[in-house]
Design a protein around this ligand. Structure first.
Ligand SMILES: *Cc1c(COP(=O)(O)O)cnc(C)c1O
Length: 402
């Protein structure tokens, strides 16, 4: 990746996110190709990075969308993803979201509880529609990742157990307004081991075969997302081995495989660029204070996640420091006890692997406008989201004075 961060800083100011769209293309193609032995749908997990240009870029490559709110469904539709490539997941869909999803005619709703299935049935009946249903199985498998991004254990809120799922599929089969269409599992994020994925897909593939024996024929097996990326020195799952392993579990099934990668597609495409404001020493502790903060990139604060950081100067004098932002929280840091060179006012700092769950998790805390987002493709840069102004931040507020 040869992006000139300094030039972009001069042109657009700091902080900013920049995404390498050529990298995104390669990641998508690599995964799609790995599954070429079967019909497949790569449904990009929009929540990882929901910028319209990012989704549009993936839409042009043929991707579908995995959405967790009706807002994300609307983003996908807006950039031209066909409804038959859109999936709607999430443990708490509202009546209104279910209604809209049915009206849009999306591929399937990933149902996560028996109570939700009842709601979908009632709403589909009111609308005179048939809802295509996929059920999210909680396979009770430990994904061996950070507990906050683990989703496939019974102690997590996601999905239903196998017996409940069976009853739900039978309810679908017996209903005029429900059509059993798919099955789903997603055990967590930043997965670097193949074994837990293999075990969970085996569980759902077995269930698909059991259901076929009672004449419930599913068309889609959705293996979720979660493929890990490089933050530090992780050893990643090989994409071809992943596809191979997953496809082997599907013997005897004429079924389309759906994969929902978020981080894998965009994570390593993105860099967060921030600028040094000050250095200071409190007692023994050295702090490098930058203009970006936890409201821009919350993963270090939220998950204690590691992001590699680098000061873009030529100084060779390194020492340990905490890299922190201006927000009024002790939790506002990008890195603790990292070796960084001596800095000067206006030096740039690159924080890598920031393309996923970076901007999309950002907020306006401390009345900080969200930062600019830039795409680079074929050596050309373009602004894909303007930096927010003070006016943008207050536009929905009223000065309610009696
Ligand atoms: C978040 C999510 C994904 C994507 O996870 P990544 O770790 O970004 O690949 C896929 N499927 C579902 C249901 C999700 O909630």
């Amino acid at each position: 990746m040869s992006i000139n961060f300094k030039e972009l800083a001069n042109k657009y100011g700091t902080p900013y996110y920049v995404y390498d769209f050529d990298y995104i293309t390669n990641q998508y193609n690599e995964l799609k190709t790995a599954f070429k032995a079967r019909k497949s749908l790569i449904a990009y997990a929009v929540k990882a990075n929901s910028n319209l240009s990012v989704i549009k870029h993936l839409a042009n490559l043929g991707a579908g969308a995995d959405c967790v709110s009706i807002g994300e469904v609307k983003r996908a539709l807006k950039v031209g993803i066909e409804p038959y490539k859109i999936i709607f997941s999430g443990v708490g869909k509202t009546d209104d979201e279910i209604r809209q999803a049915l009206e849009f005619g999306i591929l399937m709703i990933n149902v996560e509880s028996a109570a939700e299935l009842d709601r979908v049935e009632v709403i589909a009946k009111e609308l005179g529609k048939v809802a295509r249903i996929s059920i999210r199985i909680n396979p009770n498998i430990d994904p061996k990742t950070h507990p906050y991004i683990s989703t496939g254990l019974h102690e997590n809120k996601f999905g239903v157990d196998i017996d409940t799922a069976k009853r739900m599929y039978i309810q679908c089969k017996n209903s005029d307004n429900l059509e059993p269409t798919g099955i789903h599992c997603h055990i967590g994020s930043q997965l670097t081991q193949l074994q837990p994925i293999k075990e969970s897909v085996q569980i759902i593939a077995d269930l698909v075969r059991n259901l076929a024996a009672i004449k419930i024929e599913l068309s889609f097996i959705d293996i979720g997302g979660g493929l890990g990326i490089i933050y530090d020195d992780e050893k990643l799952i090989d994409t071809n081995e992943y596809a191979q392993t997953v496809l082997e579990t599907m013997f005897g099934l004429d079924i389309t495989v759906v994969c929902e990668p978020g981080k894998f597609i965009v994570g390593n495409s993105g860099t967060f660029i921030t600028k040094v404001l000050y250095e200071k020493v409190n007692g023994e502790k050295r702090f490098v204070i930058v203009d970006g903060a936890m409201n821009d990139l919350i993963r270090p604060s939220l998950y204690n996640a590691y992001h590699k950081s680098e000061v873009l100067n030529d100084n060779k004098e390194f020492s340990a420091c905490n890299l922190v932002g201006p927000v009024c929280e002790s939790g506002d840091f990008f890195a603790k006890n990292v070796q960084l060179p001596k800095t000067q006012h206006n030096d740039l700092v690159a924080i890598y692997s920031a393309g996923a769950y970076g901007f999309s998790m950002s907020s306006n805390y401390n009345t900080r406008g969200r930062v600019a987002e830039i795409a680079v493709e074929n050596g050309e840069d373009r602004l894909i989201r303007k930096r927010e102004t003070f006016e943008d931040l207050i536009t929905l507020e009223e000065e309610f004075i009696k």
